[in-house]
Structure formats: structure tokens, C-alpha cells
Design a protein around this ligand. Structure first.
Ligand code: SAM
Length: 216
């Protein structure tokens, strides 16, 4: 998702108090950024931020960090914060490839991936956020009992994501092939922008919740 014609988005991001600059300098010290010892959850590829803003509003005792690589998209999340400021939410304008430079081992309690870009060509598989390459990065920053949640309407991407678990050393805690009709898994579900769009077209939403195997 890349929004066009947003003039001065880089300057606005640079000036925004909601965006943490030089996040590598906070590695191992993210609790200090929020000024409390509450758990830290991150969303990688948050887009315009509807999901993470909703989560932060519903869970004031969890700290949330939204990561989005395009400033033009991140700008929309900032605008949402300007309308409704939340003390437990901040943003990073970063590529997720850098997560291990930004967060220390065992620093993150939960990771969310929502409607990640499918990168349909085989040669781009390692750019997919649920790929083994990204799971390796995510596994290094996640606490031992931490979980990762992924949802998408893309059947091929979800099949790929499930196949990556074994070689990456992760296993499922829960899986659904139709989230909105799954009474258990849909509890507390907050819709993302893409989820609203694709579920309104009748697409089922796939979701898994996974954790790293202990002996890996
Ligand atoms: N999560 C939102 C939703 O469900 O509505 C947005 C989905 S959109 C298809 C995927 C988003 O992930 C885009 O905004 C894209 O820029 C971002 N993204 C993809 N790869 C990324 C990466 N490696 N690092 C940071 N952001 C990434």
C-alpha cells in the first residue's frame, strides 16, 4: 500500500511526536519510552493504523508500537492519533527487516501481522512477512511464551504461511479458515482497513496464532 500525492509526508513524520526517531537507540529500553512496565505488542505493516489504534484504545495496560515503512501511509495513522491521542501507542517508520536492530531479545510480548503483502512471485517469497526469514527475526525479539497473530484473506499466502511453520520452528495455537464465522477466534476481533474491505466483498478471513517451539 503506497499512497500518492501526500505532500511533505516525510517532513510531517519527522515533526510528529507520535513517531519514534532513531528507534535503534531504544533497543532494550522500550518500557522507558512508555514510562511503565506494561507488555509491549507490535504490529508489523500496520498501514493506516485502524487496527492498532483500536487495540490500544481497548487495552490501556498494553503498550503498542505500529511499524510501517511508507511515510505516506503512516501519515494516516498519525492523523488518527491527532484526533484521538493514546498514551500507549507510538509508531515507527521502518522496514521490518530491521526489527532485530530495534528490539532486544525477549523484549516483545506479541506480534501482529495483518493482510501482509503477498509478494506472489516465488523469487520474492522471503519478502513475505510470514516467511521463515521473517519468522526468524520475529522469534528473536519475542518473549519465550510470546505469540504471533496473522490474518489475511489471501488463500495462497495463508497456505504458504502454514507451510513455513515447521521449517521455521514454530507451531500453531489456533487456526481458522473463516475468522468471522469462528465464534471463539472472532471474540475481541478488531478489523483492519483491508479486513473491512475484503470481508465486505464476501472473502473469508484466515487467521493463525503461533508460538516458537521451545527446543529450537
Ligand atoms: N495491516 C493493514 C491492514 O490490514 O489494513 C495494511 C495492509 S497492506 C496490504 C500492507 C502494509 O504493510 C503496507 O502498508 C506496507 O507498506 C506494509 N509493509 C509491507 N512490508 C513491510 C515491511 N517489510 N516493513 C514495514 N512495513 C511493511
Amino acid at each position: 500500500m503506497r499512497l500518492r500525492n501526500v505532500t511533505g509526508s516525510d517532513e510531517k513524520i519527522a515533526a510528529s511526536k507520535y513517531v519514534i526517531k532513531e528507534p535503534e537507540t531504544k533497543k532494550g529500553r522500550w518500557s522507558g519510552v512508555f514510562g511503565n512496565a506494561d507488555p509491549v505488542h507490535i504490529e508489523v505493516g500496520m498501514g493506516k493504523g485502524q487496527f492498532i489504534h483500536g487495540m490500544a484504545k481497548e487495552n490501556p495496560h498494553i503498550n503498542y508500537i505500529g511499524i510501517e515503512r511508507y511515510s505516506t501511509v503512516l501519515l494516516r495513522a498519525i492523523q488518527k492519533m491527532e484526533t484521538e491521542e493514546l498514551p500507549n501507542l507510538c509508531f515507527l517508520c521502518e522496514d521490518a527487516r530491521n526489527v532485530t536492530e530495534i528490539f532486544a531479545e525477549n523484549e516483545i510480548d506479541r506480534i501482529y501481522l495483518n493482510f501482509s503483502d503477498p509478494w506472489p512471485k516465488d523469487r520474492h517469497a522471503k519478502r513475505r512477512l510470514p516467511s521463515r526469514q521473517f519468522l526468524d527475526r520475529f522469534g528473536r525479539i519475542l518473549k519465550e511464551n510470546g505469540e504471533l497473530e496473522f490474518k489475511t484473506d489471501n488463500k495462497a499466502l495463508f497456505a504458504f504461511a502454514l507451510e513455513e511453520l515447521e521449517p521455521a520452528g514454530w507451531e500453531t495455537d489456533a487456526v481458522t479458515f473463516d475468522l468471522h464465522k469462528d465464534e471463539e477466534m472472532v471474540k475481541g476481533n478488531i478489523m483492519t482497513e483491508y479486513e473491512e474491505k475484503f470481508s465486505s466483498m464476501g472473502n473469508p478471513i484466515y487467521k493463525y496464532i503461533i508460538h516458537k517451539k521451545k527446543d529450537v
